[in-house]
Structures are given as C-alpha cells and as structure tokens.
Design a binder for this molecule. Structure first.
Ligand code: NDP
Length: 466
C-alpha cells in the first residue's frame, strides 16, 4: 500500500481528523465499521479525494498502508478501542503502530502499552470537531521512537501558535492521556468560574443577557482573553431558534458530562494533589442535575440568590482572573504530582505552550503561564514572579466576590474553593495542630513537636500507660 497513515472511525472527530491529514498532503486510508459512512465520507471529500483511500474491509484497509504501518483509532473510549485493537493485530506486522486518539482513561492506555501486543501510542486530542478539522492541540504518550514515526504528521495537523505546533510527546505510556485528562479538569473549573460570575451578573446585578454578553465580549479584549470567555459572550447574546427568546433563558440548567472531570478528581485524590476548584466544578455539575431536589429546597428555604447593589465590573473581572490563576495552578500541581509518582518528566512549560491554541482552554494567559513555568521549573504557578504579582493585585477582588456572593446567597463553589486554596497556601501556621492533637487523643497517632522531635504524644498517652 502507499498510504502514510490509516484512520479507523469516521465519526465527528475521525472524519475531521482524516480531512485535516489529507489537507496537509499526507495519503490517508480510512475505514469505518458502518460502510455507508465511509462511502459518504469519500464522496464528499471534494478536493481532498486524491489523498484519501476509502476501504470497506479491515484487510483492504491494512493492505492500503505503507510499512511500517501507522493506524489512528478514533472510536469511543473503552471497550470499542480494545475490540478494535484485537481485530487489527492479527492482520498487522509486529512493528506496526496503533495510535489511540480518543479520550481514553490513561490507566487503559498504560494497560494497552504494558500488554506489549505491539507498538502503541495514546494521544489526547483537544479542540472538538473544529479543532480536529483545522488544528487541534495534541498530547501524545508512548515511546519516543513511535512518536518519531508520526511526529511530522501530528505537527502538520496541529494548531499553531506563532508557527509553533501545539503537539508534543508528554512522556511514556499513558502520559498523553493523563495530560489531556487534566486539561479537561481545568476546562471544567474554568467553565464553572465563568458560570458563577454569570450568575452574579444575572441574579445579583439583574442584568439582561445581552448586557452580560457585552461584558464577556469586553473582558475578551483584556487579560481574560480566551476561547471560553469569547464563546460565553456569544452564548449570552444568542437567541433561541424556536422562540426567539434569549438562548440561555430556554436552556435547562442541568449540566451534562462525559466523565473526564470526574476522572481528574479521582486521580488527583490518589496523587494527594489538591485540585479543589476542579472538584467544586464537578460537584456543581452533579448538583445541577438534581432539578427536583433543588426545586424542593427552594420551596422550603426560599430562593437563595438575592439582588444586591453589585460589584463593579472590574472587581468581578479581577476576581475571575485570580480564580482562574488558582485553578490552573492546581492543575499544573497535579501534573507535577504525576511526574513525581509515575517517574515521568512532564514538560510543564511545553504543556502550557501546546494549550495556547487548538484546545478548549486556549487563552492569552496560557502564553504567560508558559513563560512563567519555563523560567521557574518545578515552582507552583501561584508563586512564580509574574502570577504572584497578579495575585497580589487581584486576590482582594476575589475575596470581595466570594464574600458578597456568600452574603447574598449566590453559590460560587469554584471561586470560593480557589480562594480557600490561596489562603491555605499562604498560611505558614494553619490549624492542623488541632487535627494532630485529635488524632493523637483518639488513636495515639503521635505528632511532630515544634522542637523537631517526632512521634510525640499528649498527656493522655502517659495516662494510658500508667
Ligand atoms: P462519534 O460517535 O461521532 O463517532 C464514533 C465512531 O466510532 C464512529 O465512526 C463509529 O462507527 C465508531 N464506532 C463506535 N463504536 C465502535 C465499535 N464498537 N467498533 C468500531 N467502531 C466503532 O464519536 P466522536 O468522533 O465524537 O469521538 C471519538 C473519540 O474522540 C471519543 O473517544 C471521544 O471521547 C473523543 N473526543 C471527542 C471530542 C468531541 O468533541 N466530540 C473531543 C475530543 C475527543 P459507526 O459509524 O459504525 O457507528
């Protein structure tokens, strides 16, 4: 065969990715479980048709590829990936490479690499359909040698930031899917913080949707410039197709989720990596789905959010900036924990760089984060010179937002947990002395004395021995 690369799974993401690959000049063979989908894809390929080889059996697909083969899977994560690998391997040579570009759980990717059934890469792809078609952010995991075989294709199809491709090898095994998972966790928290500020504007300030959209549009020209702020403004301005009403007013406030935020939070706990803003965002989505219970709560206690004189928009903007920085600091700290626990060497600054374009959390602040993490490797983002200076200027605003929101009944779980994280992380002597005293009292767990001796006990230990 002559095709440089193959792709299985012509769904939303796969079709877009295959078109992107063909557009960049690489011959690509494609296969889809449902043959009609392959035929439709080939028929609608237009100018790209000469670069695309549609196939209707796995044998023909494999035969269409040049050796050693490289095959992208873009099928639903989980069992379909294992089933597809099982179906493919007997048809392949030992050295042929399978690349899972779906949203796999990184534990599954580790397992697939460890199974040693053949060369394997686990690659996280972010940016939705639009990204896949015109330039996603690509986070790869696996052996350097296998990455080297497809790096030219991956960098060609990736988003570019001033010409720098948003594609890189994160580390061995599941490292790519791990980084993609944390990306999604950060995405949850970033979205939640924006939604919390939207709530203050809507219910506290009593603003209409267009005015809220205008504020987000204005913020998108300042330090908060990002894809998520941009689309939040567009969503606020949008009208319902059926009724002509403001779109947000007709959307049921129950958030969906596919589980990557939950994976992040569970894995963060295993790593002892605090990501409270991400946890709050996952909890908020879960609570949002409890529509009947919330209605019952309102009937018993009365509606929580009260209108109030409000905060000026600059305070809200700065509060959101501080919250965002703290959320990203937590995400990067989780990546550091993985580096420590898994013996990886996750390239922090490079990760910030490849998130600057293509992916859902792309923002101008990520460019500053890349610079800060590059200058101070291993340092918590909130302690880097640049972001410490911004936090010094903005944490007062975050405090005002959280305090006023609390006093007026506006739930702001992500922003307030970001603030609690900030305050704990700048308190040299906290309150865990009481926790240790309690633990020693009921379980004789011992404590470290401020004089440096460890395994000390309170007076109750002596009583127990007497
Ligand atoms: P779609 O549902 O649009 O497409 C799924 C594709 O997989 C179809 O081609 C389908 O073939 C095929 N497929 C489904 N089940 C099987 C199976 N058991 N064996 C073989 N082929 C199968 O999914 P997406 O393109 O949205 O998602 C693909 C992957 O990309 C997922 O892991 C997803 O999480 C991830 N992803 C999605 C993003 C998005 O924005 N949508 C963003 C980033 C990642 P058939 O036509 O026969 O049904």
């Amino acid at each position: 065969g002559h095709a440089r690369i193959g792709l299985i799974g012509l769904g939303t993401m796969g079709a877009a990715l295959a078109s992107n690959i063909a557009e960049k000049g690489f011959d690509v063979a494609v296969f889809n479980r449902t043959t009609q989908v392959t035929r439709d894809f080939a028929e609608n390929a237009g100018d790209l048709a000469p670069k695309i080889t549609p196939t209707e059996t796995l044998d023909d697909f494999v035969a269409a590829l040049s050796s050693p083969r490289a095959i992208i899977l873009m099928v639903p994560a989980g069992d379909p990936v294992d089933a597809q690998i099982e179906a493919l391997r007997p048809l392949l040579d030992d050295d042929d490479l399978i690349i899972d570009c779906g949203n796999a759980n990184f534990h599954d990717t580790d397992r697939r690499v460890d199974a040693h059934t053949g060369p394997f890469l686990g690659v996280g792809v972010s940016g939705g359909e639009e990204g896949a078609r015109h330039g996603p952010s690509i986070m790869a995991g696996g052996d350097t040698e296998y990455w080297g075989r497809v790096e030219d294709i991956m960098t060609a199809i990736a988003a570019k930031h001033d010409g720098d491709p948003c594609a890189a090898l994160m580390g061995p095994g599941g490292a790519g899917h791990f980084v993609k998972m944390v990306h999604n966790g950060i995405e949850y928290a970033d979205m939640q913080m924006i939604a919390e500020v939207y709530g203050i504007l809507r219910d506290g300030h009593g603003m209409d949707y267009d005015a809220i959209g205008d504020i987000f549009a204005a913020w998108n020209k300042g330090p908060l410039e990002s894809y998520l702020i941009e689309i939040s403004g567009k969503v606020a301005h949008a009208r319902d197709v059926a009724t002509g009403k403001p779109l947000l007013s007709v959307i049921v406030d129950a958030a969906g989720q596919k589980g990557t935020g939950r994976w992040t939070v569970i894995e963060a706990q295993h790593r002892l990596a605090p990501v409270p803003a991400i946890e709050a965002a996952v909890v908020a989505r879960n609570l949002s789905a409890r529509l009947q219970e919330r209605a019952k709560g309102q009937s018993i206690f009365g509606a929580a959010p009260q209108a109030w004189d409000g905060l000026d928009h600059t305070t809200l903007e700065q509060g959101l900036m501080a919250g965002k920085i703290l959320c990203y600091a937590q995400g990067f700290e989780m990546l550091s924990a993985a580096t420590r626990d898994f013996g990886w060497d996750l390239p922090m600054a490079r990760i910030a760089q490849i998130w600057r374009e293509g992916c859902i959390i792309r923002s101008s602040m990520l460019d500053e984060m890349a610079t800060a993490l590059d200058a101070a490797p291993g340092v918590n983002l909130m302690f880097t010179d640049h972001f410490a200076a911004i936090l010094k200027d903005t944490h007062g605003a975050l405090r005002q937002v959280v305090a006023q929101a609390a006093l007026n009944g506006h739930p702001v779980p992500a922003l307030s947990s970001g603030l609690a994280y900030f305050d704990m992380m700048r308190t040299a002597r906290g309150t865990a002395d009481m926790i240790q005293g309690q633990r020693d009292f009921f379980g004789l767990h011992g404590f470290v004395h401020v004089n440096g001796t460890d395994d000390q006990h309170g007076p109750w230990a002596k009583e127990a021995c007497d």
